[in-house]
Design a protein around this ligand. Structure first.
Ligand code: ADE
Length: 224
């Protein structure tokens, strides 16, 4: 999979993809991520990318020309399955969306800034609009990083058995059960007996029950 990201703040995306699982995905050749500075696609003086909004009001709007120029130049080189705009008024990201996107070929991500992008870009170029939650970030960059992380780890071949995504919270509409590691006892706090029993059937049953209880307590909406 190839993911291209268009942003006015490329510096914000310098590091999140250079660690851990996403780093390994790229090293394995399963994922390629390229960050593009929107200013490089502006033909205006001082590489301008934003302008005042028609009708007045505070806040600048990302102009059509540089954004469309960037999208079209990238589309000339790569076929994208989706052109995704990160915006607080998009559909809220969930595990099911991440699963579906992880099976796509290539994605083009556009990070919003200021008051957002000229509506005509949304109408004519954007195929999906995604929010990472009901709060407003200063731009779409961190949202893009979250999206790429959620998708990247699910690309077939990225995780091995040990890190398998199958047991993640949300993967089966349940939160993950509690986990423990050494020592067996610390300050009198003990690891649940069943986990030390070696009985894998019993352990699986216990984990499932714990996952159900945890979901019932914390996120009953997931069980509906
Ligand atoms: N840009 C600003 N806030 C955002 C959010 N919550 N999700 C996606 N993009 C955003």
């Amino acid at each position: 999979m190839r993911i291209d990201i268009i942003t006015v703040q490329p510096g914000l995306l310098e590091s999140p993809f250079s660690h851990s699982i996403l780093k390994r995905a790229q090293a394995k050749g399963l994922l390629e991520i390229q960050v593009h500075n929107l200013r490089d696609y502006s033909t205006f003086k001082h590489n301008q990318v934003d302008d005042y909004q028609f009708g007045g009001g505070a806040g600048m709007v990302m102009m059509m020309e540089p954004v469309i120029n960037a999208i079209e130049l990238l589309q000339a080189k790569t076929t994208y399955d989706e052109v995704i705009y990160l915006t607080p008024d998009g559909a809220t990201l969930n595990q099911s969306m991440a699963n579906q996107l992880s099976l796509k070929g290539n994605l083009l991500l556009l990070c919003g800034h200021y008051k957002g992008i000229d509506e005509r870009i949304r109408e004519h170029f954007i195929t999906m609009e995604i929010s990472i939650g009901d709060y407003v970030l200063s731009g779409g960059e961190l949202a893009a990083a979250v999206l790429v992380d959620a998708i990247g780890r699910l690309i077939p071949g990225v995780l091995n058995d040990e890190t398998s995504a199958l047991f993640d919270s949300f993967q089966d509409h349940l939160l993950a059960p509690p986990v423990y590691t050494r020592p067996e006892e610390f300050r009198g706090w003990k690891v649940p007996e069943v986990l030390l029993s070696g009985d894998h059937r019993k352990i699986e049953d216990w984990r499932h029950t714990q996952a159900l209880e945890r979901t019932q307590q914390r996120r009953p909406d997931l069980l509906k």
